[in-house]
Design a protein around this ligand. Structure first.
Ligand SMILES: [Zn+2]
Length: 369
């Protein structure tokens, strides 16, 4: 990506240790050297070196001490949340929602404006840049970059919006990352809305969502996956795109060319005011995902879910209870995202943080550029 520093293998190991300490500290409670040594399975001496590095960079600080008996008191350390910031933008066909977040992913401020889908790309980029500049005035700490989350298809490596086949889609092929980077002179990340959302949820709750799916219902229906601790992208960055899996043979026609796609059936049910049917479609998608990729947590989010969250949660839990009844050892927890309308924008900001301070991808999978 745009802001990758050249790193050697040793840097990667050091980076992984730093990231692991930050992940523990991000949970909120002040931490002691011994606790970190336990969590990371390294010696307290190694932890001292890591902490010195993080304190030098202003990412961690001492946070008092306590005595639990005779001898030297134990020093505590905390993450310096205000030391870094990232901006996240959530772009849809009708709206731009932006947040600025601190190092822990907590939202400091937010903005929202309407967007005309016919807006030409240069004007759209100017809108994105203006919102980023406004948000940058809030909080202090080094501004690391701007993340953009939007409905796919998106090529996150090239930073290009793939767009729909519709000739009315004037944003199709727009190199959003390059244009915005030129405008702001800051690192920019572009990704699918659902993937940004999942990175955000994982960043705020490190370790909780190592095998998880995030199912997003906004103007469409999508999902993203994190398996064995790594975000899954797939050959065309489409992994988890459940919206075009079929839930009804010979069902409603879908713009993709097939019939009975989950997204077409879901949106039609909502349109008809049949929230229970919509919830059952979503529940089918969730159960199929659980069966296919074996996750133990499913996070539901997006405006359509929030609008009907009770009926949706009930339908999903009922489908999982019934669908997995024969296998008692398969336990799947269903959660509603706690981020509300900030979900994708906050996630996009967290993708910037993750890129800078997350576990280096080279240790868990191929470097994506
Ligand atoms: Zn389809």
């Amino acid at each position: 990506m745009s802001a990758v520093r050249p790193t050697g293998p040793l840097d990667r190991v050091a980076g992984a240790h730093d990231a692991a300490v930050l992940a523990v500290a991000r949970r909120g409670e002040p931490v002691a050297r011994a606790g970190l040594a336990d969590a990371l399975q390294v010696t307290p001496q190694a932890i001292s070196k890591i902490l010195t590095r993080l304190i030098d960079r202003g990412l961690m600080a001492e946070s008092g001490s306590f005595s639990s008996g005779p001898g030297k008191p134990t020093t505590l350390y905390r993450i310096v949340a205000e030391s870094r910031r990232a901006i996240g933008l959530h772009l849809t066909r009708s709206r731009l929602h932006g947040v600025v977040a601190d190092l822990t992913g907590q939202v400091l401020d937010r903005r929202s404006v309407g967007i005309d889908p016919a807006r030409p790309v240069p004007a759209l980029i100017a809108d994105l840049a203006e919102m980023a500049r406004e948000l940058a005035r809030h909080g202090r700490g080094e501004l690391l970059g701007v993340g953009v989350g939007m409905p796919g298809p998106v090529d996150p490596v090239e930073g290009v919006y793939g767009g729909s086949a519709s000739s009315a889609d004037g944003w199709r092929g727009a190199p959003i990352r390059a244009l915005l980077l030129e405008e702001l002179a800051l690192p920019v990340h572009l990704d699918h809305d659902s993937r940004a959302a999942l990175v955000g949820e994982s960043w705020s709750q490190p370790g909780l969502l190592d095998n998880a799916a995030l199912v997003l219902a906004e103007e469409g229906l999508g999902a993203s996956l994190r398996l064995d601790g790594a975000i899954v992208r797939g050959a065309h960055s489409q992994a988890g795109e459940v919206g075009h899996t079929v839930v009804r043979m010979d069902g409603l026609p879908c713009p993709c060319g097939r019939r009975g796609c989950a997204q077409a059936e879901y949106l039609a049910a909502l349109e008809a005011g049949d929230q229970e049917l919509a919830a059952r479609v979503l529940a089918t998608v969730v159960l199929d995902l659980v069966r296919l990729v074996d996750v133990d947590r499913v996070v539901l989010g997006g405006r359509a879910v929030y609008a009907h969250h009770r009926v949706t949660m009930e339908a999903v839990r009922a489908a999982l209870d019934e669908g997995l009844r024969a296998e008692a050892r398969l336990h799947v927890e269903v959660l509603l995202s706690t981020r509300g309308i900030d979900l994708i924008a906050a996630g996009a900001a967290c993708q910037v943080l993750e890129h800078e301070y997350g576990l280096p991808t080279a240790l868990v999978g191929p470097e994506t550029g």
